[in-house]
Design a protein around this ligand. Structure first.
Ligand code: PPS
Length: 587
């Protein structure tokens, strides 16, 4: 085992902030052409979003000294004591997971794999050195200190990864393509050159996966002053936590914040990192990556790279555990930590303070991320002590109030319950108001245009509803109103649709609870008579199940209401929930 001193000496060619040796895995054109020609004989592996980000950082040396997807010795050393076989510090496994049939087709030591992106472009070649089946539970425990699937890193590892790993050296043909924010995507080598050009000898990096507000600006300004360094705002824009603000919005916010720093002292660059939310170990990883980008200091705040809370509502890691582990390995990491506690706003002083430095008996103000979302949803004021008007403006563009967001009204109920009639009343009401495009996905229409080949088995009904859900989610995501009116008899399928739509806009389930007796009496299409006579098989309510929802936002029995009255009930609900603006007259 290397001591810290030995390890950091061995590592020293990487420590120099500018001009130190960086791994670069991209081969020259001649070799690339040779590999491309040979690749006809290699198996191909299609990379996931996480693999692609890992590969990109490997190729550009952001993961120096790594040159490969890990082989077994490195992997085990990293899991158990955060050391590569060379003795160097490395806290997070960087592995390529594949399926069993794929793994079984590989030959250790002689196979090569063409690593491709989702469009089939060959990004790199992996020289297969080892193929093995890891103990992923043991990995979760060692790396994340938990096997709870509520931890996003563990959930990915245990439920999304394939069960076999392939390790080996990489030859990069071309880095993954980016078409957005191109001038903000500086590689480690480019950033080092840029720092040298600017004469920045001390650079403190700030990692974030959230929009930045006044607290973050105050924190980074203090950090930079404290260690007399320039500031690199270095947000993770690869894969972050589910539910995070999308990075397009975040980057526009960061760009607008740059004016808050003294002229020429701060720089923004984007890091295509797939985060693991691994708390303390992740903090060390972040530090190593920033060293490779030429930084000398790194800010570690409260709950750095925190994964949230476990099943008992307790945080997976202590608030300052990341700082403690970082401090222990600071010499090996090769960047100095700038530790910070949470910044809070002190009203009397109109100033931010680290929470442990708040003057006695002073009142502090705090606004949580959830409350910020709520205020945006409701179009309410966002206080200037919390953030800047420019940032509010960007956030409001991406997260308009509910009455400007997309929306799905999803009817469910028996044939003849009145779904189509009420849905078409609702369509005209929305068209009368205008402002959002309206699409009707009626059961019969969908069966004609989208699902004409399907019948009424459970499997076919589910497929039909999934198609409707997919189309509705696209409409909703793009700010339109989708009104869906299928029978949708199965609870889990309706829930699946809800889960698809809620992250991108509003979802309102309307249950037309009209009884089968009433529907049968109406029998407008004569289908109940045919079902009773056995001419139509698998008829919902007669010879096929209908699972009553328990999660409907609106329940209407049309035996007692006219279609217009029923539509009115729905409109009242939408108004109450803010999906229809106050100035929009519907009734
Ligand atoms: S499902 O279960 O949600 O996929 O059904 P959906 O696409 O809404 O189609 C229902 C319409 O198809 C007609 N139809 C049947 N309904 C139920 N069961 C059987 N076996 C069946 N066969 C044909 C019927 O006209 C339904 O239309 P609505 O508007 O509901 O009366």
């Amino acid at each position: 085992m290397f001591t810290n001193l030995e390890a950091s000496t061995t590592h020293s060619h990487l420590i120099a902030p500018h001009g130190g040796e960086l791994v670069n895995l991209i081969v020259d054109d001649e070799r690339a052409a040779e590999l491309k020609a040979q690749s006809r004989d290699f198996p191909s592996w299609d990379l996931t979003a996480r693999h692609i980000r890992d590969l990109e950082l490997l190729m550009h040396g952001a993961f120096s000294p790594l040159r490969e997807f890990m082989t077994r010795g490195d992997y085990e050393g990293v899991c158990h004591n955060m050391r590569l076989t060379s003795g160097l510090l490395w806290p997070i496994p960087i592995t390529l997971d594949v399926t069993e049939p794929f793994a079984k087709g590989l030959k250790q030591g002689s196979s090569k794999i063409a690593l491709r992106d989702a469009e089939g472009v060959m990004l790199a070649v992996l020289h297969v050195e080892e193929v093995w089946q890891p103990d992923r539970k043991a990995e979760a425990k060692a790396v994340f200190n938990t096997t709870s699937p509520l931890h996003p890193g563990v959930n990915y590892l245990l439920n999304k990864e394939n069960p076999w790993y392939v390790g080996g050296r990489i030859e990069g043909l071309q880095p993954p393509a980016h078409y957005d924010f191109k001038n903000l995507r500086l590689t480690p080598a480019e950033l080092r050159v840029e720092f040298a050009r600017l004469g920045w000898r001390r650079v403190v990096a700030f990692q974030t996966r959230n929009p930045m507000h006044r607290a973050h600006v105050e924190l980074t300004l203090r950090a930079a002053k404290q260690v007399e360094a320039n500031l690199l705002i270095h947000p993770a824009v690869g894969v972050t936590k589910l539910g995070d603000v999308d990075y397009f919005t975040r980057v526009r916010c960061y760009q607008r914040l740059l004016t808050k720093y003294p002229h020429g002292t701060a720089k923004l660059s984007l890091l295509p990192l797939a985060m693991r939310l691994g708390g303390p170990r992740e903090a060390i990883w972040h530090g190593l990556i920033r060293k490779n980008h030429g930084c000398t200091h790194f800010i570690v705040g409260r709950d750095h790279a925190g994964p949230g809370k476990d099943g008992d509502g307790k945080p997976f890691y202590g608030h300052y555990e990341a700082q403690e582990l970082f401090r222990k390995h600071e010499a090996d990491i090769g960047v100095s930590m700038v530790p910070f506690s949470m910044m809070v706003y002190v009203e009397d002083e109109d100033k931010y303070f680290p929470e442990d430095e708040v003057p006695k008996d002073k009142h502090v103000l705090h606004l949580s991320g959830t409350e910020l979302r709520q205020r945006l949803n409701e179009g309410r004021d966002i206080p200037p002590w919390f953030t800047y008007p420019e940032v509010v403006q960007e956030l409001r563009r991406s997260f308009p109030p509910r009455h400007k967001q997309g929306l799905t009204v999803f009817f469910t109920g028996l044939s003849g319950a009145g779904k189509s009639t009420i849905a078409s009343v609702l369509v005209t009401k929305f068209l009368e108001v205008g402002g959002r495009p309206v699409t009707l996905l009626d059961g019969d229409l969908v069966r004609k245009h989208l699902s004409s080949e399907l019948g009424f088995s459970k499997e076919h009904r589910d497929l039909n509803i999934h198609r409707i859900g997919y189309v509705a989610s696209e409409i909703t995501k793009n700010g339109g109103i989708a009104i869906c009116a299928p029978i949708a008899p199965y609870d889990s399928t309706r829930k699946h649709v809800r889960a698809m739509i809620e992250p991108v806009g509003g979802f309102i389930l309307v249950h037309l609870s009209t009884s089968v007796d009433v529907c049968e009496q109406r029998d407008r299409k004569g289908l109940y008579a045919k079902a009773r006579a056995g001419i139509i098989k698998e008829f919902t309510g007669i010879s096929d199940p209908y699972e009553e929802p328990t999660d409907a936002e609106v329940v209407i029995d049309t035996a007692e209401l006219t279609p217009e009255e029923a539509a009115q009930e729905i409109i009242l609900h939408l108004e109450r929930e803010g999906f229809i603006g106050l100035n929009e007259e519907l009734a």
